[in-house]
Design a protein around this ligand. Structure first.
Ligand code: CTP
Ligand code: ZN
Length: 152
């Protein structure tokens, strides 16, 4: 790869979330609860040219190996994402994100009357459908712009 092509530096060790749907990189970070406030080294590439997709986003987290479970929640906003674990500059593990059966805690129900949005100690829980998510408490289904539900 030439200097001209390299947009985001390689990392030494950590996690590379690749093939993220263009435009979703910041949503990926907020869904993971990563905002840079604890000093971690984060690199984000947006609208980077890709072979498979016309454009993609890439998120690189230095010094942290995120778990597959932690990353599977991303499948609702970045279904084609690839998770690469990097050690000493080498990719030692590569996995696709997989749709989990349910997603708890990271999305907020858009129904204002839902028990999860009231002042109760109830964690949000959504069943993951083929084409959206359904609140397990009030049955509200969201199919479009699931990223707007991210509880940040
Ligand atoms: N990467 C990185 N730092 C490293 C090694 C890899 O940031 N030390 C990044 C690469 O830039 C790429 C991703 O991790 O975005 C996957 O690396 P690699 O498997 O080498 O690339 P490809 O073969 O192109 O991956 P794929 O087949 O998944 O497209
Ligand atoms: Zn609800």
């Amino acid at each position: 790869m030439t200097d001209k092509e390299l947009r985001v530096s390689k990392i030494r060790s950590g996690t590379v979330i690749d093939h993220v749907r263009a435009g979703q990189a910041l949503n990926v970070l907020s869904m993971l609860g990563i905002d840079g406030s604890s000093g971690e080294e984060i690199s984000v590439g947006m609208n980077v040219p890709s072979d498979a997709l016309a454009r993609k986003d890439v998120v690189k987290v230095e010094g942290r190996e995120l778990s597959q479970d932690e990353l599977d929640v991303l499948s609702v906003i970045a279904p084609d994402a690839t998770v690469n674990i990097v050690r000493d500059y080498d990719v030692v593990e590569k996995n696709r994100v997989e749709r989990p059966d349910r997603v708890t805690g990271v999305l907020a129900c858009p129904n204002r009357n839902c028990i999860t949005t009231a002042d109760e100690p109830v964690e949000s829980a959504f069943a993951v459908l083929r084409d959206g998510v359904r609140c397990e408490y009030c049955e509200t289904i969201v199919r479009e712009d699931i990223a707007s539900l991210i509880d940040g």
